[in-house]
Write a protein of this length. Sequence first.
Length: 238
Amino acid sequence: MTAPLLELRDLRVSYGKAEVVHGISLRVEAGSIATVIGANGAGKTTLLNATMGVIPSTGGIFFDGKPAPRSLEGRVQAGICLVPERRELFATMSVEDNLNLGGFLRTAEQRRHTVEEVYARFPRLAERRRQIAGTLSGGERQMLALGRALMSRPRLLLLDEPSLGLAPKIVAEILGIVAELRASGVSILLVEQNARAALEIADTAYLVELGEVRRSGPAAELAADPTLAESYLGGVEA
């Protein structure tokens, strides 16, 4: 049996004496989208930060069948990239400078080639390549955050609330881009409070409540569950 690209085994995270992630186990298969859904405060962002190595954790984190590098830098070099909820762009720098910073581990020639690939995927960024990042719209800033992540040529993208603060039409556009990234071979662990939208594009889903996985399975199966729909999806659609 082929090992998943990412596997978390009994992952635990504490802030001081308070444990906030209680033994979460999950898998992201190569070429797939796994989504973690749940209410605010469920531990979803903490889970991503621990997976990236931003905060310490206990338990096992395995990447491509082997223990993941211990350091944040090692995980970036291995092909893992986090797009945080706040996007964390350099607001006073241009779109293109932000992109180039995302490829800082690569050669100048590699960066030039990948920037053009990013512009091909995000034509709006190409039009605004000289524009200051802080003046972009919310949707454009999310595109830039995704584009900057792609500059490192990741094998696994960790996406934290990519739809946050965006209008419904832009949410559909951004999540459509996420689905296209899967088709291009990038595997994705997607944390989303917009459960309905996340389940529409994901292959596998994990429902997290109070730091624990309460439900998991094929995304379509969870989306069709009437109990889940009532609690997390705004009720069953007519």
